[in-house]
Design a protein around this ligand. Structure first.
Ligand SMILES: Nc1ncnc2c1ncn2[C@@H]1O[C@H](COP(=O)(O)OP(=O)(O)OP(=O)(O)O)[C@@H](O)[C@H]1O
Length: 308
């Protein structure tokens, strides 16, 4: 039984597209990244999963239950962090946590919440109205975890968290996933986050899924960036020829920058080893760069500026 199953799912808002024909399976125990730029349809998908909005057509199954209308027993099995969390401004953080624990019948002293709060450097003493964005986000994370959910759905969970806290948060998610087998489904537009944390990733663009694969599959096909400068000699001409493998290659102040596919890397390096190279750097493209370059190449098909 999958944690999430979407079949031919469509949502339109007064005739305008939200998501189009989504088919997606998230297995239990996975940490699954859901990536797309602004307006792609991430929040719409998440709101559909949580029964907050109704689909125009298609089927949704969560933890083996068909999602149709409100189902409080299913909601209790899900921990949800919205992208913008609504809280009672006059309550303190601690009061909010205790209130949520009592609603769920959880003994907060026996839970790990205080340990997580400390690791996230969360300040629970202040009233919510004086909270920073980061402190609100941390409280949102604790509230999503407090009732030991089987499925965690996190909408852009890291916005507002500084890098050290982000690292702790990822560590907590990993521990939670390993300890309890909790499935984690989280949306982001930051691909490096997915690279660090996820088993599988789905990429959504303009309401449609454009790719579903393992993170290692995506990483394996990632291209490399080469930056090289050469002694001025007739061999520099060969370098210029070599750069032709990338139609967006650049040449500035004697430095050539170009992109090489994984499968061509060895032969390109072999060719460079026979040239009078002064400086060379090779680095793997991040998922973020790959994703962005795919967007850019579609948008700039005819853009020839700066090419060699
Ligand atoms: N309540 C709504 N009414 C009308 N259109 C909506 C509504 N909510 C979302 N949309 C539209 O549906 C599409 C998908 O939006 P959605 O918020 O799901 O994207 P997103 O990937 O979560 O983007 P972001 O990262 O900006 O939150 C967009 O074109 C958006 O304008």
């Amino acid at each position: 039984m999958s944690a999430i199953l979407l079949r031919n799912l469509n949502k339109t808002y007064n005739g305008k597209r939200g998501v189009i024909d989504l088919n997606l399976t998230v297995e239990r125990g996975e940490i699954f990244g859901f990536i797309g730029p602004n307006g792609a349809g991430k929040s719409t998908t998440i709101r559909l999963l949580l029964q907050l909005i109704a689909p125009t057509s298609g089927k949704i199954f969560v933890l083996g239950h068909r999602v149709q209308g409100d189902d409080p027993s299913l909601r209790r099995k899900i921990g949800y962090l919205p992208s913008e969390i609504r809280l009672y401004p006059d309550m303190t953080g601690h009061q909010t946590l205790s209130f949520a624990a009592s609603v769920h019948g959880v003994d907060i002293k026996k839970s790990r919440i205080h340990d997580y709060a400390e690791r996230l450097q969360w300040n629970g003493k202040q009233k919510i109205k004086s909270y920073s964005l980061g402190n609100r986000k941390k409280l949102g994370i604790l509230l999503a975890l407090i009732h030991n959910p089987e499925l965690l759905i996190l909408d852009e969970p890291t916005s507002g968290l500084d890098p050290l806290v982000q690292q702790q948060f990822f560590q907590i998610l990993r521990e939670w996933n390993e300890l309890k087998g909790t499935t984690v489904f989280f949306s982001t537009h930051i691909l490096t986050e997915v690279e660090k944390l996820c088993d599988h990733v789905a990429i959504i663009r303009d309401g449609r899924l454009v790719q579903v694969s393992t993170v290692s599959e995506i990483s394996a096909i990632s291209d490399h960036f080469i930056e090289v400068s050469c002694s001025p000699s007739e061999d520099a001409h060969r370098l210029q020829e070599l750069c032709q493998i990338d139609r967006n290659a650049r040449h500035e102040d004697g430095v050539y920058r170009f992109r090489v596919q994984n499968k061509e890397l060895c032969s390109v390096l072999a060719m460079l080893s026979r040239m009078p190279v002064k400086n060379l750097s090779v680095r793997r493209m991040s998922l973020e760069e790959k994703f962005m370059s795919e967007y850019a190449s579609e948008a700039n098909e005819t853009d020839e500026v700066g090419q060699i």
